[in-house]
Design a binder for this molecule. Structure first.
Ligand SMILES: [Fe+2]
Length: 478
C-alpha cells in the first residue's frame, strides 16, 4: 500500500482503494427518504488509483467504479461495482498495471509502452431506456466506446457500439438528452492524421441515428459541449497535443498537451436537426472542462454558462489530486457567454459568480432551455482552494443572482449534485449527492430539498464502504 502523503480528509477518500459491494439495503441515519423520490442514482469515478504498489499518473487514470442507489417504496438499496473492462480484468489478474492511460504510459521496458490505452470507463454514466432488451447503463469514457452494464446489478455486459458506431470513433462522457424527443446528442474526437470532431444523434434506446464530422485545427482536447435550443455548440480551448513525444511514448497524453493561448477559443455551432456546421467563431482564450447549460433567448442569441479557468493549470492540479497532495492553483468560476449562433460571433462575456466552483448541473427537463437554477460544488468560504476540495453545494438563481449554499462543514466532501425530479409533484425536486465524511471516514448519501439547500438534508443514508471522490452521475426516474 502507498502511505498517505498528507492527512487532509479529502486525500483519504481519493486514495482509498474501493472493494465494491453487492446490493445492500441502506440504513437511514437521519430524516426519511421523500415519498416522491423514486428511481436510481448512478455515479461514476475512479475506484482505485494504485495497483501493486504503483500509483496512476493522473486522477483520470483510475479504474471506473459505479455506485448505484435504487430508491423504491421499500427503501434504498446500494450497489457498487468496478466496470469489468477487458483491461481491468487483465490487470486484476496480473495484480499490476499493464496498460497506459491519459496520464501514464504502460510500465515496464520501452517496447512495453506501445500497448493500447486502457478504457478506464470512469467518467460518467448514461441510462438508456427502450424496453427490457435495451435497458442498459453505459459507463462513459471519452477515449473509446462505453461499457454496457445491467442497471440493477451493475454487472458488466461488455463494450457497447451504439448499434453501429465504428470502433475508431469514441463516445464522449457528456451526452445531452432532449427530454421532449428522447434524443441524445454526443460527440467523439478521433485522432488520425488530422483530428476530427464527430457529432452524434442517438435515440433513447442507444441506437446511433445520425453522425457528422468536421476537421479540427490541430489536436485539441474537448471534454464537454453545449445544447442550446436547436444548436449544439463547441468551444475548443487553446490546448493542443504535441504528437511527437506521445507517439514516441516519451510522454503521456496529459503531459503532451500544451497551452496555446495565442490560438484563442474556437467556436463551432451545429444545427441539431441536420448536424451541419452553421457557423464558426473565435473568442478569448480560456479553458473549461464543463458547461452549465445553454439556451436561445428572445433575440435568438445563444446564452451559455461555463465553468471557466484562466489557463490549463487545472490539468496539473488534477494530476496532483491522484497523489493526495495538491499545490497548483487552478481557480475556476461561473461565466456566461452570449453569442450569435448564425455567425459564431461572441456578443458578451461576463462572470456570473466569483466563487471557486465546478460540476454545474441543471434540472434534466431544462437542458438546452432557460434554466432558472444552476446547482454546483463550491469551495467553502475561507478555505485554500489550492489545497482543499469542494465542501459546499450551492443553488445559483439565474434571475436574482442569489446563491443558496449548503456548507457541509469541516472534512466533509460532496460529489456533483444530481437533480432528481419528484414523481408526485412536478414543482418539487431533490438534490442527491454522495458525501465523504472525513471525520468518521465513511461515505453517505445525502438528500436535500432542491429549493432549501440551506436547510439540513431531508435524509442521510449510510453506505457500506468509502466511495472515493469521483466525477459524474445521473438520475434515472422510476
Ligand atoms: Fe466531466
Amino acid at each position: 500500500m502507498i502511505s498517505l502523503p498528507q492527512t487532509t480528509s479529502w486525500a483519504k477518500a481519493i486514495l482509498h482503494t474501493a472493494k465494491g459491494f453487492e446490493p445492500s439495503p441502506l440504513t437511514v441515519l437521519s430524516g426519511a427518504i421523500p415519498a416522491g423520490l423514486r428511481g436510481s442514482l448512478y455515479r461514476n469515478g475512479p475506484g482505485r488509483l494504485e495497483r501493486g504498489g504503483q500509483r496512476v499518473g493522473h486522477w483520470f487514470d483510475g479504474d471506473g467504479a459505479i455506485l448505484g442507489v435504487h430508491f423504491t417504496r421499500a427503501g434504498a438499496t446500494g450497489v457498487y461495482r468496478y466496470v469489468q473492462s477487458a483491461e481491468y480484468q487483465a490487470e486484476e489478474q496480473a495484480r499490476r498495471f499493464i496498460y497506459g492511460g491519459y496520464g501514464m504510459n504502460p510500465p515496464g521496458a520501452f517496447w512495453e509502452r506501445f500497448k493500447p490505452t486502457k478504457n478506464a470507463g470512469n467518467t460518467s454514466v448514461l441510462a438508456l431506456s427502450g424496453g427490457s432488451q435495451s435497458d442498459r447503463l453505459l459507463a462513459l469514457w471519452e477515449g473509446g466506446h462505453p461499457y454496457a452494464l445491467d442497471p440493477e446489478t451493475l454487472e458488466t455486459y461488455g463494450l457497447h457500439d451504439l448499434n453501429g458506431l465504428p470502433k475508431s470513433l469514441p463516445f464522449s462522457a457528456h451526452p445531452k438528452r432532449d427530454l421532449q424527443t428522447g434524443d441524445i446528442y454526443n460527440f467523439g474526437v478521433s485522432f488520425g492524421k488530422e483530428a476530427m470532431l464527430n457529432v452524434y444523434r442517438v435515440d433513447a434506446d442507444g441506437t446511433l441515428k445520425q453522425k457528422s464530422s468536421v476537421e479540427l485545427d490541430g489536436l485539441p482536447l474537448i471534454h464537454d459541449f453545449v445544447m442550446a435550443g436547436r444548436y449544439l455548440i463547441f468551444f475548443i480551448p487553446p490546448v493542443r497535443l504535441n504528437a511527437v513525444p506521445l507517439l514516441l511514448k516519451l510522454k503521456s497524453f496529459s503531459d503532451s498537451f500544451q497551452w496555446k493561448p495565442e490560438q484563442g477559443t474556437q467556436i463551432l455551432v451545429f444545427d441539431r436537426d441536420s448536424l451541419d456546421l452553421v457557423s464558426r467563431g473565435e473568442t478569448q482564450p480560456w479553458y473549461q472542462w464543463h458547461f452549465g447549460n445553454g439556451f436561445i433567448n428572445a433575440n435568438g442569441d445563444a446564452v451559455i454558462d461555463v465553468i471557466r479557468y484562466d489557463n490549463f493549470n487545472t490539468n496539473q492540479y488534477l494530476k496532483e489530486v491522484s497523489t493526495g497532495k495538491t499545490h497548483t492553483s487552478s481557480k475556476s468560476t461561473l461565466w456566461q457567454i452570449r453569442l450569435n449562433p448564425l455567425t459564431g460571433e461572441t456578443i458578451e462575456t461576463h462572470e456570473l459568480l466569483d466563487r471557486s466552483c465546478e460540476f454545474p448541473v441543471v434540472k434534466p427537463q431544462e437542458v438546452g432551455q432557460f434554466n432558472r437554477t444552476t446547482y454546483l460544488l463550491l469551495h467553502r468560504r475561507g478555505v485554500d482552494s489550492t489545497q482543499d476540495f469542494f465542501g459546499s453545494i450551492a443553488r445559483f438563481d439565474q434571475k436574482t443572482g442569489e446563491l443558496m449554499e449548503a456548507d457541509l462543514g469541516e472534512n466533509r466532501y460532496p460529489m456533483e449534485p444530481i437533480y432528481a425530479p419528484d414523481v408526485e409533484n412536478p414543482d418539487q425536486g431533490w438534490i442527491v449527492t454522495v458525501v465523504y465524511d472525513g471525520n468518521r471516514d465513511r461515505s453517505e448519501v445525502w438528500i436535500f430539498d432542491s429549493d432549501r439547500l440551506n436547510d439540513q438534508p431531508v435524509c442521510r443514508l449510510a453506505l457500506p464502504e468509502v466511495i472515493p471522490l469521483g466525477f459524474h452521475g445521473t438520475w434515472k426516474p422510476a
